[in-house]
Design a protein around this ligand. Structure first.
Ligand SMILES: Cc1cc2nc3c(=O)[nH]c(=O)nc-3n(C[C@H](O)[C@H](O)[C@H](O)COP(=O)(O)OP(=O)(O)OC[C@H]3O[C@@H](n4cnc5c(N)ncnc54)[C@H](O)[C@@H]3O)c2cc1C
Length: 394
């Protein structure tokens, strides 16, 4: 396995307890230091099909996309998760969670288990390294994140590798992800988003529902502000409130109005400064999430035509609106479940993983388009004609 981010670590921890396997896990970072907070979806720990579907946005899509035996199998894979791991998952879905503690706890869990079965190596792996190391009987998993190491190597061709050759990308918008700490309990629903933005004709700040987690003394608030492509180009990738005030006063004023309304309501103060990251909100998938097509091409001289390769996590699918880790975890649980079925023919395993990834893609595609559409409507709520322009009613 290459890449020990959250998804690579979860997969390693899942495969660690599968009899007959040993895991070699390669990671280029020497320590876990990421500072962002993330939200994991409750469906990850669903113990019934009903609870798996209990989502106001895509509950119906789940029923439309997945056949009942597929949902049952997903449930069975989830129920087979070892209890040390499922306890961690259950604690993470309760609210906002530091990404660093997800990575660190998974890493510690792997190291603490005995007998271990996971050999960890620090260092950058290149695609050539991965090909050279691959031996008969190995399964290679690429969990190297959105700039996947092997994604573009999974299409048959002349041997040349083209960036993007295996990627379908839909750019939904550009956004600022703004995070701050607030010294009082604070939570937000759709009414709150509307009223706190009522004087913000542009640059509305949209905190995610469930994105605030009161941890006893402090609320973590994270949300997004839509920006133009030109705004995006003119900004550094990461900055603070002071930079925002000096360089993009329109967004700063909008944030001030929003935060003033929170203060009027709950009489607290912002602790520290705003933390701001600018990102393109991309929805993408690998058209091939496995080496299936190379294996099917017959005895060609390519290591991936002899051994199975799987993409997992952001290597395979990426989505905006704070859903991506959950999707990566979901697919990792499914992949570990498939690999653990030792009598499953390789071709079936590849086909089933591809199908599962494709169905998860359909689900997240529809969900993300719906969220984007709702956001677009929300931006025009005060302007009925602009709102009507965005509606397609029959
Ligand atoms: C600002 C921001 C906020 C976010 N908030 C949320 C949220 O609230 N909810 C959510 O679900 N998602 C969120 N995400 C997305 C989430 O962080 C990713 O979906 C998640 O980290 C993907 O996990 P991964 O393990 O697939 O990839 P990554 O986390 O990218 O991990 C990949 C790992 O592979 C290693 N690696 C890469 N290349 C190599 C190589 N060649 N050799 C060795 N090692 C390598 C990297 O060092 C890294 O550790 C957010 C993202 C951003 C940028």
């Amino acid at each position: 396995m290459v890449g020990a981010g959250p998804v690579g670590l979860l997969l390693a921890a899942l495969l660690q307890s599968v009899e007959g396997f040993s895991v070699r896990l390669y990671e280029k970072r020497r320590e876990y230091t990421r500072t962002r907070m993330v939200q994991l979806a409750p469906y990850l720990v669903a113990d019934s099909v009903e609870s798996y579907r209990a989502d106001s946005i895509d509950g119906d899509s789940v029923e439309a996309i997945f056949d009942p035996p597929e949902l049952d199998q997903g449930l069975a894979f989830r129920q087979a998760i070892p209890s040390d791991l499922s306890t961690l998952l259950k604690s993470w879905v309760l609210g906002f969670c530091p990404l660093n503690s997800i990575e660190q706890s998974l890493s510690d869990l792997i190291d603490a288990r005995g007998p271990n079965g996971v050999e960890r190596t620090a260092g950058v792996v290149t695609a050539e390294d991965a090909m050279t190391m691959l031996q008969a009987g190995d399964v290679l998993i690429d969990s190297t994140g959105n700039r996947s190491l092997l994604r573009d190597h999974l299409v048959p061709g002349s041997g040349d590798v083209y960036e993007g050759a295996n990627t379908l990308n839909v750019r939904l918008e550009y956004a600022l992800v703004i995070t701050f700490l607030y010294g009082q309990p604070y939570d937000c629903n759709e009414y709150c988003k509307y009223y706190k933005n009522i004087e913000n004709a542009h640059y509305k700040f949209i905190p995610m529902v469930h994105r605030t987690h009161y941890d006893g003394s402090v609320s973590h608030v994270t949300g997004i502000v839509n920006i133009s492509a030109d705004d995006y180009e003119a900004m550094p990738s990461r900055f603070d409130g002071e930079w925002l005030r000096s360089n993009v006063p329109g967004v700063a004023q909008s944030m001030d109005r929003f935060i003033d309304k929170i203060k009027q309501e709950t009489h607290g103060e912002i602790l520290g400064d705003l933390e701001i990251v600018r990102i393109p909100l991309d929805l993408y998938r690998a058209r091939n999430a496995t080496s299936r097509r190379l294996l099917a091409a017959g005895p060609i001289d390519h290591p991936f035509a002899r051994s199975p390769v799987f993409l997992a996590g952001d290597s395979a699918i990426g989505s905006p609106y704070f859903q991506s880790i959950s999707l990566g975890f979901e697919c990792a649980i499914f992949l570990a479940g498939l690999i653990a079925q030792r009598d499953l023919p390789l071709g079936d395993m590849l086909d089933r993983y591809e199908l599962h990834i494709y169905k998860q893609w359909l689900r997240v595609y529809m969900r993300s388009k719906m969220i984007k559409h709702n956001k677009d409507l929300f931006e025009s709520l005060d302007d009925p004609l602009a709102l009507l322009d965005k509606l397609h009613i029959y």
